[in-house]
Each structure stands twice: as C-alpha cells, then as structure tokens.
Design a protein around this ligand. Structure first.
Ligand SMILES: Nc1ncnc2c1ncn2[C@@H]1O[C@H](COP(=O)(O)OP(=O)(O)O)[C@@H](O)[C@H]1O
Ligand SMILES: [Mg+2]
Length: 439
C-alpha cells in the first residue's frame, strides 16, 4: 500500500505529489536528462483540508530522512531551532525539511513579512540550495508570508488544497462511514451536499459526533437524524434542543403554525419561503432548512448547494429571489412586514448591486470606471438596484402563490420536525404539483 492511498479523492493533487516524490526518489532519471529536481513544495489551504496528510505521504514515499520544524518554542529559541533543523538536514542529505504550519512561525495571524523567523527560513533555504535538501512546507494563510519566500527557486511548486467538493467529498464521507454503524439508506452523497465547502476534519468530526448522539441514546445504529443534529451543532453551532418551543405533542404542530404573536410561525413560514422559492428555481439546491434557534434567539436558516448545472447568472438571480423568499412568505401568509430580516435584504441588495455595477446586467451606463465615479452615477446605480430588488421581490411572491401547496406542506413539516434535510424536502416536493416560474 502506498502512503498516497491514505489520501481519498484529490486525484489531480495526488498526481502532482506523486511526481514530486518521484523526483526525490529516482533522481538518476532526471539527472540523465540534465534537469534539476524541484527544491521545495508549499501546500496551502484552510485548516483541516489534508495538507499535513499529503505532506507526510510525500515524505514517506520519498524514502528520505525528514527533519520537522513546528512553532513550539518562544521566538529566540525558535530561530535557533529553525537553523538547527536545516543544519541537521544538510548533514543527512538527501533529506527533507518539513516546515509544518509555516504561517504560524511569526507571531499572530497578521502579516509579518519582515519577521525574523521568515528571514531565517529564507536564508536557510538559500544556504541549502546546492545540497540535496528538499523543503516541504504547509501553510494555512499564504498572506502571512513574505512574497520573496514564496517565489520559485525557494518553493518551486505551490499547490492549493481546497475543501473537498462533489465526488471527492462523497468518497471521503463514504470512507469515514465505513468504520461506523450507520443505518442502511444513509447516503454519502446527501451528506456531501449538506457539508459542501467544509474541510475533511469537519466531515470526520460531524460523522463521529453523530455516533456520539446515537451512543448516548443507546441506539443500535446511527441514523440520518443523528447526523443532522451533529451537523447543526458542529457546523452551525446550534444545539438541537428537544425541549424548546417544540414540545412534541400532537396539537403542538398547529399551535406553532398559528401562535397569536407569530413568533414561532413567522420563523417557520419565513424559512419555508426561502426553501420553496429556491427549490422551484433550482431543484435539489436546498440542503437543510431549520427552524431551530441559536440560544435565546428566534430564527432559523436555510442552506444551499450549487451543483453548477445552471449558468452562474441564473444561479445568482435565483439566490437573490431565494433570499427575498422569506420576507415574501410573511407578507403573503400574514399580510405583515417581516421584522428582523435585515440580513436577507443586505444579501439581496449586495448581489443585485454586483450584477448591476460589475456585470452590467442593466446596461453599461451603470458601470463604475475611473472617469465616471461621480455622486450622480452612484445615485443612479442605487435607484437601479432598488428597482431590480423590487422586481425580484415580485418574482418571489409569484413563485410562492403558484406553489402554495408546497409552501404550506414545508411549513407543516418544519413545525413537526423543525429540521428538514434535502431528503425530506424532495419527498414533500414529490407529493405536490410544482409550477415552474421563469426568471
Ligand atoms: N483526502 C483525505 N482523505 C482522507 N482523510 C483526510 C483527507 N484530508 C484530510 N483528511 C483527514 O482530515 C484530518 C485533517 O487533516 P490534516 O492533514 O491534519 O489537515 P491540515 O494539515 O490541512 O490542517 C486528518 O484526520 C486527516 O487524516
Ligand atoms: Mg496541518
């Protein structure tokens, strides 16, 4: 088994890593051609995406001795440690210097391009230039590093490691599920959509957390509901409180939908509005709808997945209309204005402004350029933005009216369960007649 087999997915990154480790292991093949092997590799990306796992695979496959350096001592001592690591690596060449989380070498998260630590790393790399020392670094935040350190000749290869997406995420989830006792029918593809954009470390944690919920209940196996609760807790930082507003007595569902001051019903219908408008415009895009509140707060959320089957302009417009779906739902259902929906409005205005000013969807005259950045232009832009938002708002109301049955059923389900996954939404959708609306 190759060390690279531990890396699930990431085919193109893996291919590049294999090539690099080949240049370290089989130098003669490259020497014969008169080429010099890369001197360094920088792996960068969000925490938890697998940079260390990949670096270790390269090290193991290279067969070289490794000398590792991590920030674990005060500044003065640490400078000495950096120098000692490079010295040892040079004495033991061919070897690898592994600088893990190099952006943490200087203090804090801010940019310190002149920090002594980076200057030291840079001069050590230059000193080791003509030796068989390969420098491998991982970095969470590239902006912390001085540009000179990142340049070719020091780190010849730079690879971005992004959070897993699509098929890669499905494979990683399936891998983590393999060792757990999940009920049949838990589909890695469904989990992958819900967790899109999350790191491997988060995927691993959420799946394990689902198991903890199941264990605490002494359940025989882990269900999708356990997973959803874990997801809510770990990803959205909301505790699924079984005892909160949602006591599970049969009559409670209708009480929640018609509470006199609309506190709970507004949350439910608001989220149902987002979900219905988004689902009608982009089928299977809604991954989670929640009427759960963060501690003490009233509120819910709806999250989305973009499978890229629509053009990006259509997706943008759908997201704008979807974000107005909550406010539209409250007006249509209760005939009142939705309070506390500033975030939805901000989102709609920001996205519309981008379309008008940057993409020029309403004409080139609204484009900002160096010569016409006047107050008059700005005021015209803002008028155009407000008119567009009004137009999208009418569209949201049209979609809800045309799909009222779907809207009411989502609200009832949300009142019963307070957390709906894409599976629940698709089931409800299949029981309703869906009327598409052109945008
Ligand atoms: N592609 C992957 N396949 C399998 N497990 C992975 C993958 N990427 C990351 N992991 C796991 O996720 C966790 C975090 O990975 P790590 O390499 O420490 O991330 P980083 O160094 O980017 O912070 C580890 O348990 C690691 O084994
Ligand atoms: Mg790491």
């Amino acid at each position: 088994m190759s060390a690279f087999d531990k890396i699930i997915g990431y085919a193109s990154v893996k291919k590049e890593l294999k090539q690099i480790s080949d240049t370290l292991k089989n130098r003669e093949a490259y020497d014969k051609l008169g080429v010099s092997a890369p001197k360094g590799l920088l792996l960068y990306g969000e925490p938890g995406v697998g940079k260390s796992l990949m670096a270790i695979a390269v090290i193991q496959e290279s067969g070289r001795k490794v000398f590792c350096c991590r920030k674990d001592s005060p500044n003065g001592d640490f400078i000495k440690k950096i120098k000692a690591t490079f010295d040892e690596a040079m004495q033991n060449a061919p070897s690898i210097v592994y600088l893990d989380d190099m952006d943490k070498f200087a203090n804090g998260d801010e940019r310190h391009p002149d920090a002594e630590e980076y200057v030291t790393v840079q001069s050590c790399i230059d000193e080791a230039k003509d030796t068989q020392v390969f420098v491998l670094a991982t970095v969470n935040n590239m902006r912390c590093l001085p540009v000179s350190l990142r340049r070719a000749g020091r780190f010849d290869r730079t690879i971005r490691v992004a959070a897993p997406h699509g098929e890669d995420a499905v494979k990683i989830i399936a891998y983590y599920l393999k060792s757990k006792r999940f009920v049949d029918g838990v589909d890695p593809a469904v989990i992958a959509k819900i967790m899109d954009g999350r790191s491997c470390a988060e995927l691993e944690t959420v799946i394990n957390e689902a198991g903890l919920y199941a264990g605490y209940e002494r359940a025989e196996s882990i269900t999708m509901d356990h997973f959803l609760k874990a997801c809510l807790r770990t990803v959205f930082h909301i505790v699924y409180d079984d005892r909160s507003d949602f006591e599970d007595e049969p009559d409670d569902c209708s009480r929640r939908l018609s509470d006199p001051d609309h506190t709970i019903s507004q949350v439910i219908y608001h989220e149902a509005g987002h979900a219905v408008v988004s689902e009608v415009l982009c089928p299977e895009s809604v991954t989670l709808v929640s009427a759960c509140c963060t501690s003490g707060d009233v509120g819910g959320f709806t999250s989305y997945y973009n499978d890229n089957s629509k053009t990006s302009l259509y997706w943008e417009k759908s997201r704008i209309i979807g974000s107005l779906g909550g406010i539209a739902a409250i007006e249509q259902k209760f005939g009142i204005s939705d309070l506390g929906c500033e975030r939805d409005l901000d989102q709609a205005f920001d996205r519309v402004r981008d379309l008008i000013v940057q993409t020029c969807t309403s004409g080139f005259r609204f484009h900002n350029n160096n010569y016409s950045n006047s107050e008059r232009l700005m005021s015209e832009q803002e008028q155009a933005v407000a008119a567009e938002v009004e137009k999208y708002y009418r569209k949201a109301k049209e979609i809800l009216s045309a799909n009222w049955e779907f809207f009411e059923k989502i609200a009832v389900a949300l009142a019963q369960k307070k957390l709906l996954s894409t599976v629940d939404i698709q089931k409800i959708k299949s029981e309703c007649k869906i009327i598409p609306v052109a945008v």
